[in-house]
Every structure is written in C-alpha cells, then in structure tokens.
Design a protein around this ligand. Structure first.
Ligand code: 8OZ
Length: 374
C-alpha cells in the first residue's frame, strides 16, 4: 500500500497517542493559576483548543522548589490535580488529546516564590542575567524582577530531583487524567542548565564532559519513561536558544549525543525549538544543523514524532510536513489568539492577532475570549 504525502491535517501516531492531525498547541505560560491551582477558566481555555492534534499545557511545576513564576500551576498536590482533572475531562469530552509539560525552573526563580525564601536550585551557584514574574501581594499587580542567586544542588540531592519528575508524571497520568507528559528540557531551565556549559561548572559526575552534563536529563527521561511508558512521554529541547541567559560553547555535539541516547527510550515525540524561543529562527553566533540533529536520532533508531516549533505560519508548517523535515508543528502565539487554529489553517481563513499585554496574568480577557470563526 502506498501512502500519500502527509499534510498538517493527516493523522499521526505519536508513541501511544493517536493524534487527529499534525498541529500541536505549544506550551504557553499564562500565569492564571493562583496558589498553583488551575481554575475553571483554564479548563475552558484548553477545551476551546481541543481540535489540535495535541495540546501541550503550559509548564507545570513538579514540586514547590520547581516554581519560578507567579501563578504557575503545579502537579504536586490534590487541589492542583483536581483542577487539572477538570481540564483533561473537558478536553477529552471534545475528542482532544492533552499532555502536561513537567517543569523544574532550576536557577530561574526568586526567593519570594520558593518555600521559606529558599534560594533557587541550580547545577552551579551562578546567577542568570534574566528576570522572572512576581505578583505584588499588596496590589495584586504583576511585574518582572531579576532572578535570585541559586545554590548548587548537592550530588546526593539529584536522585530526589529525578524522583520529583517521576512523581509529577505519575500524578499527571494516573490522577489528573493526562494522556502523557512533555519533559521541559528547554529554555534555560533546570535540565538545560545541567546540559550546557554556560550554567554547569560542576566537577562531579554531572559536570564537565557531554555525557556528564547530559546525565540528569537522561536519568529523568528514562525514569519518567519507565514509570508511565515511553510512548506517553515527549521532551522539549532548544539547542541554541539564548532564553534565560543559557549558552553552550558547542551545542551540536551536545544535542547529537542527547539524540542518540533518547533514541532507544521509545518516546512519543521530540519537540525542538528552532532558534531563539519566541524570537528569530537564526541566532547570531550560534549556528546549528537541525537536520543533522534529527538524523542522529533516526540513525540511532529513534521512532518518535519529530515536532518543530518557533515562528511557523501555515505555509511554512505545510512545507515542513510535506518535505518530511518534520512530522508535527507546534504553534504558540497563534494558538493564544486562535482557538480554532486547525479549522482556520484548513480553510486558509484569516487569523486573529494576539494581544501581548494579556499573555501573562489576568483573567478571562485575552484568555478565553478570542473568537472562533463564525
Ligand atoms: C514565558 C514566560 C515564563 C515562562 C518557557 C516556561 O520559556 C516558559 C516561560 C515562557 O519555557
């Protein structure tokens, strides 16, 4: 049997997940979960977007030390999981599929966001030159502040970090009803901080060589895959993003190594941010060969769906799928503004413009009030 060239609207199997099309909603931080609990408007927001082949939730903290921004949801206590259960039920009622992004921010946090004003946790005690979002308790207004100086995680604390990812993944699938998880290993957060030599200056088994720096990321991914099944697990990677002050001196061999080691884990998808997250697709001084990265994965036997992201429009996405450069495309800002993005792309209908002022924090406006096509 011959199969026709796939389009954005062709079905696809991603590990255990049967997806109706190749359009994903990218993970998008929205800061609308006070006390880390997803609200009813969050269920409505995701349900409105359920025609996506796959919804990937906003980054969701795996434990209290994983929190780095105000009003980000969690996966570590009952009320949070009850809130998420309503989200997954609403999405499933509309025939959608939803995974949650499991997230530890590492050094990108602020003492005001952490238990007992604890410093953020990082591979090394190096403060990032970036900011996080806090909400002033007195006025209720959000604003950006520099992140705090982290403390170096001790070698004997690392198994606890792995355990925390595993527990969050189990909670997500077994209690909250998610179809799987995406491990957040991108955008300058904990797993990428260990991976990249700009943030990791350790001299133990988790620093120095590429295998050492990749160790935590791979231990977490293996443990999560063992716990819930690799076919329910994706991972997000950003080889050259400058987001959150992250850099590696030689990203290509780092990511080719990671690709080879991920290949045997039977993952559902590999989600790659091409370029600077939410910004230019080319980053000055940081060349990277994405085709080589993908080949490294395929040549090592990796069968997961290759999902790409960053600045795609409908035409670029269609070309990426038709050419085989990618199996799926994740859209971020377009999904904030277009709940029915699948239908709009299919009909080549005009797209709503997004309103940047309502991305982070606030309520229904800019969240669940973008119109669908008539
Ligand atoms: C924007 C604002 C806060 C967090 C990421 C989780 O970049 C984020 C994030 C994005 O992955």
């Amino acid at each position: 049997m011959t199969s026709a060239t796939p389009t954005l609207f062709s079905r696809i199997q991603a590990g255990d997940l049967q997806l109706a099309n190749r359009i994903a909603m990218a993970p998008l931080t929205r800061n609308r979960s006070p006390n880390a609990i997803p609200l009813a408007i969050t269920a409505k927001y995701y349900a409105q977007r359920a025609s996506a082949g796959l919804l990937i939730t906003e980054g969701t903290a795996i434990d209290p030390f994983a929190q780095g921004y105000a009003d980000v949801p969690g996966l570590y206590d009952t009320e949070q999981l009850d809130g998420w259960k309503k989200v997954t039920e609403a999405v499933h009622e509309r025939g959608g599929k939803i995974v949650t992004q499991i997230w530890h921010v590492g050094r990108i946090s602020h003492v005001d966001l952490l238990p007992e004003s604890h410093p953020p946790l990082g591979p090394s005690a190096i403060q990032a030159n970036t900011r996080t979002f806090v909400i002033d308790k007195a006025t209720g207004k959000g604003h950006f502040v520099p992140v705090s100086k982290p403390r170096e995680l001790k070698l004997e604390e690392l198994p606890m970090i792995v355990h925390s990812y595993v527990q969050a993944a189990r909670n997500a699938v077994e209690t909250a009803g998610f179809d799987g998880v995406e491990i957040h290993a991108a955008n300058g957060y904990l797993l990428e901080q260990f991976l990249k030599d700009g943030a990791n200056k350790r001299s133990d088994d988790y620093g120095g060589s590429i295998p050492n720096r990749a160790r935590l990321l791979l231990e977490v991914t293996r443990a999560v895959a063992d716990a819930i099944g690799g076919g329910k697990v994706g991972i997000r990677l950003s080889p050259v993003t400058p987001a959150n002050d992250i850099v590696d001196s030689h990203p290509q061999p780092v990511y080719d190594y990671v690709a080879k080691k991920l290949a045997p884990l039977g993952l559902a998808f590999i989600h790659v941010i091409e370029g600077a997250t939410g910004g230019p697709r080319e980053v000055e001084g940081r060349p990277f060969d994405y085709a080589q990265f993908k080949n490294s994965y395929r040549q090592a036997g990796g069968k997961g769906v290759w999902m790409v992201n960053n600045g795609y429009d409908g035409d670029m996405a269609a070309k990426a799928i038709a050419s085989g450069q990618a199996d799926m495309v994740a859209f971020g800002k377009l999904y904030i503004a277009n709940p029915d993005l699948v239908e709009r792309l299919r009909e080549k209908a005009p797209l709503n413009a997004w309103d940047q002022t309502t991305f982070y924090g606030g309520g229904e406006h800019g969240y669940i009030d973008y119109p669908k096509l008539a």
